[in-house]
Design a protein around this ligand. Sequence first.
Ligand code: OYP
Length: 577
Amino acid sequence: KVQTFPCYRWFVGDLKMEIREGKATTVMDDSSPKLLEHRKTELQERRKTYRWITWAPGIPRCIDAKTEADLPQDARFENEKRSDFEHSLHYALLELSLKKLTIRFGKSWNDLEDFKRIFWKLRSPIAEYCMEHWEEDWLFGYQCLNGSNPRMIQRCKTLPENFPVTAGMVQRSMADGTTLTKELKAGNIYLLDYAIMEGIPTNTIKGKPQFIAAPLCLLYQHPDDGLIPIAIQLEQTPGLDTPIFLPTDPPLAWLLAKMWVRHAEFQVFQLLSHLLRTHLVVEVFCVATLRQLPAVHPIYKLLAPHLRYTLEINCRGRTQLISDTGIFKRVVSTGGKGLLILAQREYKVLTYRSLQPRSDFIDRGVMQISNYFYRDHSLMLWDAIHSFVSGMVNLYYQTDRDVQQDAELQAWIRDVTQEGFTELPNFGLKSKLSSREELSTLLSVIIFTTTAQHAATNNGQFDWCAWVPNTPCTMRLPPPTDKDAVTMEMIMATLPDVSQSCVQMAITWHLGRAQPDAIPLGQYPEQHFTEGRALEMIDSFRKELKKIEEQILNQSAGLDLQYLFLLPSRIENSITI
Ligand code: OYP
């Protein structure tokens, strides 16, 4: 349904709209005292309705609402979305409890093949592909680039001191005629370092302790085989009990070592890349926008469609996912105290710069790596978003001074930095906006994060987590200390049990599947803008997205594994799940 009049549910007072004929105005454009008064009253109301609260210290602050039921109607899911959200989860859990029963009364849980009995195909070609090929080293490497957490890998120029890999250890992984030293110099060696996991308190589930490790994994960009893991150490401190696992080790030992890396990956992916760096970061902008910008403000009009449903999904996440009794407490190793400590550690080092894709790739040293589709698509999308946003900003702000003098906008950025991102001295976002370029970059970060970055982390979670051994949510035994002692029995006793695996599949399916009332990137059914030039810019943004769509489709045609998470038509306009 397309509304031709700029009608937004937060918009109070029709009179106001008639006077301005739907034009977006900043506080400097509105000269009449009556209009100014109107802006003021609207904001006073909104600040009463939308308040900040500290849900937990050391992470971004959020909306003051105990549950989604406390949210104003305007911020709630529409009926269709709510009933789908609630039904799909029940459906998934029910389906899987049936599977669980058949296993309980059937054969025992003693072999990796047994995961097949609870595995749900559910129209995910990638999940099936993963189930068939997950043990292959190249697929492990592929997931660092184009899986659901593509921001962990970094170039390694010198080996970390606490990871004493020798050239001899990895010689057999190297291409003919080269050595580790040469490849380090050539820039073909990469690293995954899960130091942030060290010492995180572990969950206890049904009386049984769960386990966490903080692995390091070295990868090599092999000229023929692509990116492959070549050495894994499961803890940060080397020692006799912390052997360096190699692809040449007994196959089960190498496999279990990779699973431990993927277990750390599950935690970092879901809690840091997904929850903290998209959901919680965006909520700050959402609350500040609702509190500080009136509905006629051009920046409100620009952002509102990218903030739809985020408050409600985050409230649901806080009560049902990461609370003391939530899903994490029930089935994930970082459930309970661990997840908060992990999020606090990441929040401390979170930078504004790392939210900008180009800087992120440069800082991680991954600009040269080949077949990094996530990077290539992110950059195309960033450029399209940035050029659209700059166009809009320049339309409403003729000079940098206009930005500096927009009191509402300055109150907004102060709310973001001083009320939202508190305790974050090194974040790198100033509490004053001084130029049009600064504003454009910030708005692009917000829109990129709510759309592309969320899609990249959210949409692949069923694909890559449904085959539980590939990305286990918990581990039930400590990491192996002796390469020669790894058995299939030990692997099965380590991996999530039947019931934990079922929940992992149900939740990742529930969150990763396409949403029923999704609005794709760049579609604005609630037409906030009415000015011809603004509409033209929206139009060219859409044309640009269409080009990207075609380019991605062409590039993926014929590939066994297609990277389609950043296909514009599959990216939602806001974080709604
Ligand atoms: C809200 O009834 C959300 O139990 C997900 O949260 C799941 C529920 C509620 C459960 C509903 C119920 C959405 C917002 C968010 C986020 C990002 C982190 C997602 C982590 C997913 C982890 C999957 C865990 C599998 C074991």
